[in-house]
Design a protein around this ligand. Structure first.
Ligand code: C2E
Ligand code: CA
Ligand code: CA
Length: 759
């Protein structure tokens, strides 16, 4: 399950994180791409407009040349002189060609006559060689176009005279052809215009005109002018082949579309510049996006991990007990099912053990729930530690645990394991500064002997547990079919108990207590007995807890008190001890009722002793202590029962001045030559005496125990060795026999056999 949640976490990571990273990557790349693309577009459009700038500048310059030339070509004198059969070259030189150089810097000129012959050439630096065949060939079509245009545009004006009326509105342009040619590899701007008369002609004869071609080098002044007009940086005439990034190129073409050179400049690339400016920010943005993606990735990973963990936790929680971390009842059932099926397949035995923590209610009541919780945790840990690896330990409810032991070869082996379980639990449990001693009652059912259905096995283990508890705690029982008859459900038992109380099926047994010398019976303890109509005897260890749980204990307790007080008259001088449950004290008028019973039976309060266990201190119930004090003040004796069995704190002895301290029978039975147990016993006797209490040792079963207790001057002694609990009649006889037989000190020689009696 944990794995599958892990995978679902991975699935989430894959379905969310991976596409997200892809989207972010694609958008980053996309943004970069678009930026670069638009930068390039912007660069290109900038280059285009720069190109147009140069083109425009060149046009302007050429137009201006035409205008400068006009003064010389539209001039009657020039028209006459140029077309004269014997032209005055000197005049032409001075007034046209050289004049144009001096005034407008046209460093070269060519005059082509009406017969399309070069009539005269001018070079400012007198070089003759420049007038090459190539150049003439280049210019011939230009000259022809000028002549043709002149002839076409020679029209009759409204005044009846003839004149050159160009079709184009731009007259200067119309009379001239401009362009660029290369002279010895250097580009020159040229303007070619027809030489024409200023005045309108009276003759309609159209003759082709002479054409004056004026040239000016682009290099130098003109280039500077272009640079100024275009405001482009680093404008130069450049090598044709040389192309380079960031360098704009404008190819100068001759009329015949031959390259006349290249104008180059440092392009301004707004896109690239913008990119350069923006790039750091883009990089930063990309970096930040990457950071965000990484953060989100990490975050989602952690979230999915946390999700998987809490999912696993939830699953765990639904199957385990929160306090001990052990599997809970539901989980236990599933595990048991699997184990049993496994056992059947392998043909091996499986043991199911029900465990009940003895006196747990007392721990909770006297030390508080947090101490109780700690005990549960400690017991859980120890159980887990001590059972075989393949076994299962679960917490079923409050103080109930359950175990499954696989392959339990035989009962001896199982007993050995359970011995270990009980030994482990009996080690002291430290709670803060306190050491507690826990014990377990165990009920065992074994598959397939006791069945192979999980529910059936659990029921039988429960019955066995019930049996173990009924036989005194810290015990274990293996299920036996006969047990089933004895065990009843609580409901049924409480119903029957109520009836029994009504139908007088209850009775009292009385167990005598001797003095130190075992010569006199000084007291008897009244113990409830229930013999059902069918003859089965139910132990008070079984029905008293049920009576306490159902509230029946109040009536039952009063009945016992009344009966014990009534019988007390039969045994003058003997104190009657009656067990009282803490619940009875909760009844608001308990003290009055006790007094009423004493009065009704005419029994002095001094003859009655009430036995309470330390659980009366549970919940700091002051009203219980108040009731005890009132009873004590009225003369009733109060005994602390089972001292040392639970989690007794010596402080209880100070909280209430008990008259009597009854040492739990476990201490007496533990004694048998065990120096530690003996030491405890002795110190309890001494302590009780120091507090002025009467010390009673119960559960005495051997002569050695008697001897030991006598040696330490224990005040009163009770146990099977002296007598089992007896019926009232049997007790009367016992008292007679005992006092008769022991008039000379029967108890001291200890030679008698313990008496047995029905009870
Ligand atoms: P308890 O008050 O500790 O009573 C003594 C129990 O120890 C009695 O069991 C008695 O039969 C048994 N016992 C006495 N001597 C020996 C001995 O030498 N060895 C052994 N192994 N056991 C010995 P019983 O009669 O079964 O009573 C069990 C418990 O039931 C009593 O323990 C008491 O807590 C409760 N109980 C009995 N009668 C009443 C009653 O009328 N009212 C209340 N509230 N509780 C009662
Ligand atoms: Ca008792
Ligand atoms: Ca007792």
């Amino acid at each position: 399950m944990y794995n599958s949640t892990k995978n679902s976490g991975g699935y989430i990571a894959n379905t969310i994180v991976v596409p997200m990273i892809a989207v972010v990557l694609v958008s980053v790349v996309g943004i970069f791409g678009v930026m670069h693309w638009s930068a390039r577009i912007s660069d290109e459009s900038a280059a285009h407009s720069q190109y147009r700038l140069i083109d425009g500048a060149l046009q302007l310059m050429q137009n201006y040349m035409v205008k400068q030339q006009t003064g010389v070509v539209i001039w009657d004198e020039a028209f006459v002189e140029v077309n004269d059969p014997d032209p005055d070259e000197g005049w032409i030189f001075n007034n046209m060609m050289h004049w144009l150089f001096q005034n407008h810097g046209f460093s070269k000129s060519i005059l082509v006559n009406r017969d399309l012959e070069v009539q005269q050439a001018y070079a400012q630096d007198y070089t003759i060689k420049w007038l090459s065949e190539d150049l003439l060939e280049e210019l011939t079509p230009v000259v022809k176009r000028v002549r043709a245009r002149y002839i076409i545009s020679f029209k009759k004006t409204p005044s009846g005279l003839y004149s050159f009326v160009p079709q184009s509105s731009n007259s200067r342009q119309a009379i001239a052809e401009t362009g660029i040619v290369a002279l010895a590899g250097d580009p020159y701007l040229f303007s070619a215009a027809a030489v024409m008369p200023q005045i309108q002609s009276i003759s309609p004869i159209r003759k082709p005109p002479a054409v004056l071609i004026s040239l000016v080098p682009l290099r130098g002044e003109k280039l500077k002018e272009i640079a100024e007009m275009s405001r482009l940086q680093g404008l130069v005439l450049a090598n044709l082949q040389n192309t380079r990034d960031g360098v704009g190129r404008f190819e100068l073409l001759s009329p015949q579309k031959r390259s006349a050179g290249v104008v180059a400049w440092q392009t301004n690339q707004p896109g690239s510049q913008m990119l350069q400016r923006v790039n750091p920010f883009l990089a930063l943005a990309a970096f930040m996006m990457a950071a965000v993606v990484i953060a989100v990735t990490i975050f989602t990973r952690q979230m999915t991990k946390r999700l998987a963990r809490s999912e696993a936790k939830a699953v765990h929680a639904s199957r385990h007990d929160a306090l001990s971390g052990l599997p809970n009842r539901t989980r236990f059932h599933t595990l048991l099912n699997d184990t049993l099926r496994d056992g059947i397949q392998k043909d091996t035995k499986t043991a199911v053990v029900y465990i009940d923590l003895d006196h747990f209610k007392d721990i909770n009541d006297t030390l508080g729930h947090s101490a109780g919780d700690k005990v549960i945790v400690a017991v859980g840990e120890r159980l887990r530690r001590v059972i075989p690896d393949t076994g299962i330990v679960a917490r079923i409810s409050g103080d109930e645990f359950a175990m499954v032991i696989r392959d339990s070869k035989d009962d001896e082996w199982l007993e050995y394991i359970l011995d270990q379980v009980q030994d482990e639990i009996s080690r002291p449990i430290r709670i803060g500064s306190r050491e507690l001693f826990a014990s377990l009652s165990l009920g065992v059912a074994v598959a397939p002997r006791d069945g192979d259905d999980p529910d059936e096995l659990l029921r039988k283990a429960d019955i066995a547990l019930y049996d173990a508890k009924a036989n005194g705690r810290n015990r274990r029982s293996f299920f036996e079919p006969t047990m089933e008859h004895h065990v009843q459900s609580k409901d049924k038992m409480s119903r029957e108990l109520r009836l029994a109380l009504k139908n007088d099926e209850l009775d009292l047994a009385y167990q005598p207590q001797t003095d130190t010398d075992a010569k006199r019976i000084v007291s008897v303890e009244a113990l409830a007995r229930w013999t059902k109509s069918d003859g089965t005897i139910v132990s008070p260890a079984q029905f008293i807890p049920v009576a306490e749980e159902t509230g029946l204990i109040n009536d039952l307790g009063l009945w016992v008190l009344n009966k014990a007080c009534a019988k007390a008259h039969d045994w003058p001088g003997v104190t009657v001890s009656v067990n009282v449950s803490p619940n009875q004290f909760k009844h608001p008028r308990f003290v009055e009722k006790v007094m009423a019973i004493l009065a009704a039976n005419n029994l002095p309060p001094q003859r009655l002793e009430l036995e309470v266990t330390e659980s009366v201190f549970a919940g700091r119930n002051d009203s219980v202590l108040q009731a005890l004090s009132r009873l004590k003040n009225l003369g009733v004796k109060v005994a602390l029962d089972d001292f040392g069995s639970g989690y007794s704190s010596l402080s209880y002895l100070r909280r209430f001045p008990f008259d009597t301290l009854k040492i739990d029978r476990d201490f007496v039975s533990d004694m048998n030559g065990n120096p530690e147990a003996e030491a405890i016993l002795v110190s309890i006797i001494q302590l009780g005496k120091a507090l002025g209490m009467t010390i009673v040792a119960e559960g005495i079963e051997t002569a050695e125990q008697i001897r030991f207790l006598q040696a330490h001057r224990c005040h009163r002694m009770q146990g099977f060795f002296i007598s089992r609990p007896l019926t009232d009649k049997a007790l009367g006889k016992f008292l007679d026999d005992f006092h008769g037989a022991n008039s000379t000190g029967f108890g001291t020689d200890l030679s008698y056999q313990p008496l047995t009696a029905k009870g």
